[in-house]
Design a protein around this ligand. Structure first.
Ligand code: GDP
Length: 366
């Protein structure tokens, strides 16, 4: 038998190792258009499997955009900018214009200023080497901001193609489905109907006679919090409703645990409030700094949960990042979890997160 390539991603089809690229069950070989299991799931269930592909393969796929002309729409999760921003996008997509879209705005607390969120997204993209044409905030799920974004896409694409890119879990499928449903009335288009895969491994959704919107595979960021936790814990840490800020007044040498997934030590400074913005389901536990290590060692997964037992098997150890906060109204951002706002500068904190997960400071969004 000669070599057969997957019609979706181009990997050589093999039937022996489900963990490797190009795996398809033997029964799939009887079909006409053979696609690997991964592309099959992506196409039919919109499920992205993490295992068979290395990040490089995805990036290589996206790199093909640089040889074409079109508008790139990059989706990021507002709660996980660092985990959901595709670094190197500029190199991957060449000179094509990029619109940055912050998704999941529906869970932002009311107190958050949307202008500041946009400003922060734009600046963060720039710090990561990407100049964007514009920034939009949407809720793909609640159909907010989509109309404005559609108009911008129409304007910027100048009759050309559109490539929607994003890491897994940013809401890319939800977004494309909402977009299609708004224009055609068809619900859940990419999960239920069959859009052909292209040789680039993208899903091709016609916009008009000459141009298409392409859904590209979700890029996997290894250090995304979402990959370190069980499905059950992911549901818990992902805000589903508007986040209700929780305020703690702390003296120095006190610690807040965010479940057992992150920890914030107030090292030095005047008594201060710490306004926590995390999923409403996530428990915050306050303790003395001197007791924090012991508490973590003895009560992880119990008093300090999540992690559940499944998450505990894959969660990297916590790593501390000491931050001197100079400015008033600063957010300490725990990528993929949420953030803590401190109203006044002049304090030092240590933020602990699973190794690889990013902690950063930004001007408060409030
Ligand atoms: P994809 O992997 O990028 O295709 O992401 P999905 O479309 O499968 O969405 C990932 C998760 O984010 C799902 O649990 C969605 O329900 C959720 N999600 C998507 N869009 C939104 C949104 O606008 N707001 C909120 N709160 N959740 C969203």
């Amino acid at each position: 038998m000669g070599e057969i390539q997957c019609q979706g991603c181009g990997a050589v089809i093999q039937t022996t190792n489900p963990e490797e690229a190009g795996y398809a069950p033997a029964s799939a070989l009887e079909r006409e258009d053979i696609i690997c299991k991964r592309c099959f799931r992506l196409k039919h269930y919109n499920e992205v499997q993490d295992v068979p592909f290395q990040d490089d393969d995805f990036l290589e796929m996206l790199n093909q955009i640089s040889d074409t002309k079109g508008l790139v729409v990059q989706l990021v999760d507002i709660f996980d900018f660092n985990g959901s921003f595709i670094s190197g996008l500029k190199r991957l997509t060449g000179n094509n214009p990029v619109i940055l879209v912050g998704n999941k705005m529906d869970v932002l607390p009311k107190s958050v200023n949307h202008g500041k969120v946009k400003h922060w997204l734009k600046r963060s993209a720039k710090e990561n080497g990407l100049e964007v044409e514009d920034v939009y905030l949407i809720s793909a799920e609640k159909n907010q901001g989509i109309q404005q974004l559609s108009q911008a896409i129409e304007q910027y694409r100048e009759g050309g193609d559109v490539y929607v890119v994003g890491t897994t879990n940013v809401g890319k499928s939800t977004f494309i489905n909402t977009l299609i449903s708004n224009t055609s009335g068809v619900k859940d288009a990419i999960t239920t109907s069959y859009f052909p895969g292209t040789t680039l491994g993208f899903i091709d959704i016609p916009l008009d006679e000459t141009s298409s919107l392409y859904d590209t595979p979700g890029v996997i960021q290894r250090h995304q919090m979402a990959h370190y936790v069980s499905d059950k814990d992911l549901k818990l840490i992902t805000p589903r409703k508007e986040v209700k800020p929780k305020v703690y007044q702390l003296n120095e040498e006190q610690t807040l645990f965010v479940g057992g997934l992150a920890r914030l030590d107030f090292e030095t400074g005047e008594r201060s409030s710490f306004v926590c913005h995390f999923s409403n389901e996530l428990n915050i536990h306050r303790t003395k700094l001197e007791k924090a290590d012991e508490l973590y060692e003895n009560h992880l997964g119990e008093l300090l949960s999540p992690p559940d037992p499944d998450t505990m098997t894959k969660l990297p150890p916590l790593k501390g990042h000491t931050l001197k906060i100079k400015e008033d109204k600063t957010d300490i951002v725990f990528s993929g979890l949420g953030w803590v706002t401190v109203p006044e500068g002049g304090i030092t904190v240590t933020a602990h997160v699973p190794e690889g997960v990013k902690v950063s400071l930004r001007e408060s969004l409030i």
